[in-house]
Design a protein around this ligand. Structure first.
Ligand code: FEO
Length: 400
């Protein structure tokens, strides 16, 4: 049975939630689920903005049929071709063969890579700034390459002042009835998942995200309609400011996250001693993560949040401990910048992890590597205790 909600008198939410998928992109845990948003605007000509993942296709097609209420579907805009939004495009064409597909050059190349149906006869090609009128509404298209794929664009409806933002402003987490950000406690219940979505999915492309934000500055946006998570109709600038920080790799919080990879608990002990000393020296809101316990997507998100990062790792097969290695590659691949970083290494006969961690992180842009390096042989002894204390002091000084 259909499950739609009106966003305005003539904009209808026709997407839905998925709590069954365990790994988004078969890689990132989503214990709180996810939404796939899709919107219909009812006008003289009807227009659908993006489709949904296959997982909720049955509900989606009921929603579309209910929203159209017997009207013909005239246009479908493809803002993003990733299958979590476009996998149901072919079925849409089978059900609504007269629909015209709106996309840019890159969109149509990708549609042809994913599908074999007759695309050319129903294609409406748009480029930067092009306008499509459906009657009372007029839609303009702005390219947002690499937020998150090369073909991504956003669509602005000058009538409702709604911006359909593709993956930008999306979050993990399924809806529980409320689809508007002003109906939930977003900062308490959604922000962490929003940051985790941004950092893992779009985080590598901060410059491109910043470019999109600059384009947005020229538009009067009263409704923010992303492809995942809540729709914004109030306090949009608060969320845009979060994006300005994330896109420019600017920390939100001046504090320390300590991530440790420990085989028998001795590296973990060093990490706890450091956290303890930081606390005693007045640092608040420290967070610690065991890289073997917490999925790297969460720790990467924390790295986007805080100013100071400590990586503590055992040496394993002459390398960085494997779960720490996975995390650090994630940090590097997502283009992390502007952080203060320290390392703690451990090794029973040939500690290597410190220099190898440093070699990975040092080339990143504008990273301050603290020069107090702590090297442990098997377990913390008095000598290392003094070094950990010196590191804590250096971290405290750099936080001032
Ligand atoms: Fe939500 Fe890049 O797809």
């Amino acid at each position: 049975m259909f499950c739609t909600q009106n966003i305005t008198d003539d904009i209808i939410f026709v997407g839905g939630s998925d709590r069954r998928l365990s790994l988004f992109e078969n890689a990132i845990p989503i214990p709180n689920g996810i939404t796939y948003n899709s919107y219909i605007v009812l006008d003289e000509k009807t227009i659908l903005l993006d489709t949904v993942d296959k997982a909720i296709s049955a509900l989606f097609f009921e929603n579309v049929a209910h929203a159209l209420n017997g009207k013909k579907l005239d246009y479908v805009v493809i803002n993003h071709m990733e299958p979590d939004h476009a996998a149901t495009l072919e079925e849409l064409i089978l059900r609504y063969p007269e629909v015209t597909i709106v996309g840019n050059n890159k969109t149509f190349n990708m549609i042809k890579q994913f599908f074999t149906f007759d695309i050319d006869s129903r294609m409406h090609l748009v480029k930067e700034g092009d306008v499509l009128s459906t009657g009372a509404h007029s839609f303009s298209f702005y390219m947002a390459p690499m937020v998150h794929w090369p073909e991504v664009m956003v669509t602005y409806d000058a009538t409702s002042k709604a911006l359909f933002t593709a993956d930008a402003f999306g979050t993990f987490k399924a809806f529980s009835g409320n689809i508007f950000a002003d109906q939930v406690n977003f900062e308490r219940d959604w922000l962490d998942e929003s940051r985790r979505y941004y950092s893992n999915i779009v985080g590598k492309y901060g410059m491109q995200t910043t470019n999109l934000l600059k384009k947005m500055d020229t538009l009067d946006v009263q409704l923010l309609c992303p492809l995942h998570g809540p729709i914004w109709r109030e306090n949009i600038s608060w969320y845009v400011n979060k994006y300005k920080k994330w896109g420019s790799y600017t920390p939100e919080d001046k504090t320390v996250v300590i991530a440790y990879g420990s085989i028998y608990g001795n590296t973990e002990n060093a990490a706890h001693i450091l956290a303890n000393k930081l606390s005693q020296k007045g640092i608040c809101n420290i967070e610690m993560y065991d890289t073997s316990v917490t999925h790297p997507s969460y720790i990467l998100s924390e790295a986007f949040r805080v100013s100071h990062l400590v990586f503590a790792s055992s040496t394993y097969n002459g390398e960085i401990f494997q779960t720490m290695q996975t995390l650090l590659h994630d940090v590097v691949e997502h283009n992390m910048q502007n952080r203060t970083v320290a390392f703690i290494e451990n090794g029973t006969w040939a500690p290597q992890s410190g220099k190898k961690m440093k070699a990975l992180i040092e080339p990143l842009k504008n990273m301050t590597i603290l020069d107090t390096s702590v090297s442990i042989k098997s377990s913390v002894k008095t000598e290392q205790l003094n070094l950990i204390d010196a590191l804590a002091t250096q971290i405290v000084e750099s936080l001032k």
